[in-house]
Design a protein around this ligand. Sequence first.
Ligand code: DCT
Ligand code: MG
Length: 512
Amino acid sequence: MDPLQMAHSGPRKKRPRQMGASMPFPPHDIKFQDLVLYILEKKMGSTRRAFLMELARKKGFRVENELSDSVTHIVAENNSGSDVLEWLQVQNVKAGSQLELLDVSWLIESMGAGKPVEMTVKHQLVSPMVKKDYSASPNPEPQMTSPLVKKISQYACQRRTTLNNFNHIFTDAFEVLAENYEFRENEASCLAFMRAASVLKSLPFTIISMKDTEGIPCLGDKVKCVIEEIIEDGESSEVKAVLNDERYQSFKLFTSVFGVGLKTSEKWFRMGFRTLSKIMSDKTLKFTPMQKAGFLYYEDLVSCVTRAEAEAVGVLVKEAVWAFLPDAFVTMTGGFRRGKKIGHDVDFLITSPGPTDEDEEQLLPKVMNLWQRKGLVLYYDLVESTFEKLKLPSRNVDALDHFQKCFLILKLHHQTVDSGRCSQQEGKTWKAIRVDLVMCPYERRAFALLGWTGSRQFERDIRRYATHERKMILDNHALYDKTKKKFLRAESEEEIFAHLGLDYIEPWERNA
Ligand code: DCT
Ligand code: MG
């Protein structure tokens, strides 16, 4: 027994329980045998740590004094994921995939509930995937910055971005600012904030101090100012000002109408319009057929499409397509392929190995015709293919591709999907849904699938990467190698990534 302990224990026979001291026989019953907790003192302080350890033990949790192999959960306060990983590295402990790194909020909620609560993104300091990557990598040499941020690429196609966004508070703010710059046609600033949002979405931890931003690419001075203000005040004054700005509010409202872009919004704003009802009732304004449909089905179209609705649309698309081309492949693309639970529309790529050019050309018109006879088409715009006339590869990376496609509004009856709550109007038994159908030649399907899966930022970055890092040109139709002066064929998305020398990124990791 050490002298200090002897001094404390005095004449008493029973050794007093010291908070934080080594205890081979914990005095509290352990209720949750599978969990072994370790509470990090760093940034928490020894007093609070001792208090939490005692409380957790009272509640039936096993809490270790020392970090050992048996520990399953590390609980930290005021630490980011990178802080904890850095600390583990110093301790020479690898954060294996079985070790959970959690914020103290998980422990507090668990103690409140009297049992371990489910670990969600808001509790996890590091995404399980990165923890695995990290534990697999050899111990790197000492680093000045956070060990996690060293290897982040400026290109979204070299990052894995799932829907687990640990930095919503920042990315939401950036997206408002980017949108405002878009409305003001300041392309450079718009892109700067979109890139910043994209890179923060890929981080496996929440930024809690400016130190966490060290080494992260795409964060310029303007972006860092916003981050700093949010860290300090919990919000950005610039974002607040934009959200209250009349022009921003009007553009946001006007562009929420299907068929209304920046040009029309600008016109209506200059004419002094501020509400949709004034615009709709104005006798002097002329609307395109697309805008008329946009106003007519406005409520349905602004309420998001759910996955159940998207699946129901998928059934209708397959039924109709297979009626004319039984061997066609129908793939849901866009946000739903990336695992999103909601979307503004449902995108499909259709391709078939068999058909003659004429059969291929006739498919979408036939599908439209069938659905019109069934009364399912509320609006459609069939865009003919310009693929034959196209000089590949196209340099305009943000332009739409040259495949035949159909932008439509489909009438989805509720009996095909359990979504009664989606309807705004009493007694209405259907919902208007925006659907994009794209038909591509079979040998182009890998490029079209990659292009239509998105996200938009991912697409921008994979093209930028191809151009600047590989001297290749990638678009929705093809991949061209400028050095070899030839087109590179691909039967799958994996082959395109391989041609570009990139690790394969799964669709659900492309939410950049
Ligand atoms: N796309 C593109 N360039 C365009 C338009 C689209 O690269 N000019 C790609 C990126 C995503 C995909 O097509 C589908 O586009 P959207 O439906 O607009 O995006 P989404 O990711 O599906 O998002 P949402 O959930 O809002 O539909
Ligand atoms: Mg979509």
